[in-house]
Design a protein around this ligand. Structure first.
Ligand SMILES: [Zn+2]
Length: 298
């Protein structure tokens, strides 16, 4: 055998060995935790050099605030809240004994039912490939609700925004924008025709281009244009709830996308049947419009 044939035989044999190993290990490994790898790939050597994020678990002491804990570990309050979205439900009061997870240079994200990695990438504005790489998800076919993934470099947390817009504590819905209420829910006289008209939502005056946040987590049902609503978005939430955001200048989501409560979904504007820059906001349950002021925090 000359040299090149010998090398080919050696590589062929190695390949066969790797295949045999994968065929044996693969199916079992796939069912293990998200750190498991499906089988050897060219990148395995390189990937093993990427350190998994260090997660510190910290027990809240009596009287401690989020600000104090964030400062102690050198992370932002927003990232701290983001990494503990299922634990922190009040920005102003922490239960002593609560276990907080602390990671640096990113946010821990717990997967929700119906949420894909693409959705998560869009939520944080972090490239999908970076999330896949940081969590070694290359060989994974499925992700599961409740699994926690590290979102490298994430600085914004929708949960933080959501809690801010909900007045500091968790509630069913948070405000999509903050501004002067220019029109309430119910029957009103149309400003131009003088006809009585049922106003299915509330109008909130905000400058054009204001970020509009999802009032709760859900799936995008509509992201499009309507003669009256202009550019508008409808989100489908659990328990038959829907929220609608109208007269937008910009839509930042697509149909079918899962969004977190507090996630930016678009920018406010003056499109459609609108007489000035504002957000028209509706909450419906099983198709019936409800008074948003009865469901939003003060
Ligand atoms: Zn309106």
């Amino acid at each position: 055998m000359n040299r090149s044939v010998r090398i080919a035989v050696i590589w062929g044999g190695l390949g066969l060995l790797l295949w045999a190993w994968w065929a044996h290990q693969g199916p079992m490994l796939l069912s293990e935790s998200f750190r498991a790898q499906g089988g050897p790939t060219v990148d395995d050597e390189a990937l093993s050099l990427v350190p998994a994020p260090d997660i510190i678990e910290y027990e809240v002491q009596p009287g401690e605030t989020l600000e104090q804990i964030a400062a102690r570990f050198g992370v932002s309050v927003e990232a701290l809240v983001g990494s503990n979205a299922n634990t922190v439900d009040n920005l102003h009061s922490l239960e002593p004994g609560t276990i907080l997870k602390i990671v640096k240079n990113g946010v821990l994200h717990a997967v929700k039912p119906g949420q894909t990695l693409t959705d998560i990438a869009r939520t944080y504005g972090v490239p999908l490939a970076e999330i896949v790489h940081a969590n070694r998800l290359e060989d994974r076919e499925y992700i599961y609700p409740g699994e926690e993934f590290f979102i490298p470099g994430a600085v914004r947390s929708p949960t933080w925004t959501y809690l801010q817009m909900a007045g500091g504590r968790r509630s069913l819905f948070a405000w999509p924008v903050r501004g002067v209420l220019s029109s309430g829910f119910g029957t009103r006289i149309h400003p131009i025709s003088g006809e009585p008209h049922f106003h299915q939502g509330i109008d909130i005056e905000v400058p054009e281009g204001t970020e509009v946040y999802a009032a709760s987590a859900g799936k995008v049902l509509v992201a499009g244009r309507h003669s009256g609503y202009g550019l508008y978005i409808v989100l489908q939430h659990s328990h038959g709830y829907r929220t609608l955001y109208a007269h937008l200048a910009e839509i930042g989501v697509y149909r079918g996308q899962f969004v977190e409560g507090g996630q930016v979904i678009g920018r406010s504007g003056n499109t459609g049947n609108s007489t000035g820059p504002h957000l028209h906001f509706e909450i419906l349950q099983y198709g019936r419009p409800l008074n948003p002021l009865a469901l939003l925090p003060p």
